[in-house]
Design a protein around this ligand. Structure first.
Ligand SMILES: [Zn+2]
Length: 61
């Protein structure tokens, strides 16, 4: 089994938000909602999306 883990602090926020999912594509919508409400990022630019994608870790169980 593989799962994907995103931690907000991995892209530089002082924030304890973590989210994991079985599929990578399920992460981004949650991350978008979180960064909007928690960090007032209303439009993610390509740089930020790249940063987030690079921060997502693949974990094998
Ligand atoms: Zn956060």
């Amino acid at each position: 089994m593989v799962k994907y883990l995103y931690r907000c602090r991995d892209i530089g926020y002082d924030c304890s938000f973590e989210f994991e999912a079985a599929e990578k594509k399920d992460l981004m919508p949650r991350i978008r909602i979180h960064t909007r409400y928690a960090h007032q990022v209303f439009e993610m630019n390509d740089d930020m999306i790249r940063k987030i994608e690079a921060a997502i870790k693949e974990i094998k169980e």
